[in-house]
Design a protein around this ligand. Structure first.
Ligand code: COA
Length: 163
């Protein structure tokens, strides 16, 4: 059975992520969407929210499940005997970042293989950072968020920021 991991921080999950996960689910028998931490990022949504948003987004994808992990991607892959990682790439700067990320991971585990899927043109502008900015200004985020979580993300944002 061919398995892959789609890793990310998903703060929050966007239509860009959703599209990549859906496409990965057509290439592999089983997809694990893995919610990781990134030491360079401060998170708006706590892990429990990010996990719920991802779960709701993928609940109709039959061969996709969601997990979270506190350690390195490489450790998760070794522990679960998974070799393939899928990442979305929007543009040249994403590609440069992904090449460094791939090379660093390869140093840790020479068995890792990464597949880069090009983001579809209509989603090139979508990012978690822009989504958070739009939420801040109470703007319409329906073009950025998966439809299954649009209301949940917006109302959770209000709860978190109006405390
Ligand atoms: N697919 C994926 N991301 C897309 C996208 C698409 N089609 N279109 C846009 N994006 C955006 C995301 O919205 C996000 O935007 P942001 O930077 O504004 O937040 C960005 O591209 C990528 O975010 P995400 O996919 O959530 O990943 P990340 O870069 O935050 O996550 C980890 C990186 C978690 C995978 C990485 O840090 C990691 O592996 N961490 C664990 C520790 C580790 O092993 N480190 C590596 C050591 S070698």
């Amino acid at each position: 059975m061919k398995k892959c991991v789609v890793p990310g921080t998903f703060d929050p999950i966007t239509q860009g992520h959703e599209d990549i996960i859906l496409r990965a689910s057509k290439l592999f028998d089983e997809v694990v969407v893995l919610i990781l931490t990134n030491a360079q990022k401060k998170f708006l949504f706590p892990l429990s929210d990010r996990t719920r948003f991802v779960q709701k987004t993928v609940e109709s994808f039959p061969n996709v499940r969601v997990e979270s992990f506190e350690g390195l991607l490489n450790e998760y892959l070794t522990e679960h005997d998974i070799r393939y990682v899928v990442r979305g790439v929007r543009n040249a700067s994403d590609f440069e970042y992904e090449m460094l990320y791939f090379t660093a991971n390869l140093c840790l585990n020479p068995e890792i293989e990464m597949l880069f899927l090009p983001t579809i043109t209509s989603l090139h502008h979508v990012s978690s950072t822009l989504t958070r900015e739009l939420l801040h200004y109470h703007a319409d985020v329906s073009g950025f968020l998966p439809s299954a979580v649009c209301e949940d993300v917006s109302s959770r944002y209000k709860e978190l920021t109006e405390k």
